[in-house]
Ligand binder design. Sequence first.
Ligand code: ASP
Ligand code: MG
Length: 413
Amino acid sequence: MSLIVQKFGGTSVGSIERIEQVAEKVAGFHANGDDIVVVVSAMSGETNRLLALASEIQDQPVAREMDVLLSTGEQVTVALLSMALNKRGVKARSYTGGQVRILTDSAHTKARIREIDDARMRRDLEDGSVLVVAGFQGVDESGNITTLGRGGSDTTAVALAAALHADECQIYTDVDGVYTTDPRVVDGARRLPRVTFEEMLEMASMGSKVLQIRAVEFAGKYNVPLRVLHSFEDGPGTLITLEVDSAMETPTISGIAFNRDEAKLTIEGVPDTPGVAYKILGPIGEANIEVDVIVQNVSHDKTVDFTFTVSRNDLAAAQSVLCRVASELSAGEVCADSKIAKVSVVGVGMRSHAGVASQMFAALAEEGINIMMITTSEIRISVIIEEKFLELAVRCLHSSFGLEREPKDESTH
Ligand code: ASP
Ligand code: MG
């Protein structure tokens, strides 16, 4: 018998039929003797509908009131799912986030969980009930309703799993797992049986939007085994855990991540003196613009060219900040390029394998793809390339690293 936290997203509870299907599934687990805590999102489209209602009244309503509004979406689905379970003879009780006492800070619309009181949940579980908890919400110390930010139900599920020391936190969604890359780009993309928290973070932050990043961080911090599964198709999904220490089974590369949402800015002829990077990036940071890849070339004539990337949405704002900085520094021209993309190979296996970078660069060179910028971490190598080569780059890297094959084949290489 295990204790499992199961989270169903908006599309999985998007209609009464879907809710009945989820109830059927949960009832099956319960009949097996498992203790079940279910976390649900609002019905698909509901949170957006509520946001739209609010915006008809005011552009920026008081955040506290926004949370009272947005939290109602999940309150509907917990009640309906409990009814559907009761109808099947399964004892079920629904709770809002505040009722199970998911205590958060008071940062309305983006609150962080501080503490969870597991006593009430344990009583219900001992009594054989299925607990159905509203995702994405909590309560602050003064009893105000808070919400955790878009996609926050994933975080609720992981936090409950951590508080209850659950055996597994299962995230049911509309894909059957985490893939080596986007199957819409590469036909041979393969579902990964297993990835590490670290790899998942690298892949999620670069476009595989299966899980809320914060939920993955949380799961890693508390070592909660996470599994991504399809809501209505059977299959083992993808298990996300800590690194397993068996070099034999670790493929060098687990996946190819990519991001189109990039833009590049260059400021030319910057004086090569101490403090210049700060003078350029300080004002960018003050404008709340996040910088990703940074490159500064070697000095010629005591000046350098300084290049960095930002998210495409921020390009215009970053460019105007940079033009101001350029005149203050008496630097040269500012050039912007929004037709770039980032491609990364990700894998904890590269810690123990040399030559990943050269294999990557060789594969790109063979296709005539020019690399504009390079950045690396311990488990990732990313390159900035022209956007028009993105799909070609992803495909050639996927095949160069043999990702369409099962990892077993790889370990015999
Ligand atoms: N309903 C919320 C949203 O759409 C929370 C969630 O679904 O995880 O962002
Ligand atoms: Mg979601």
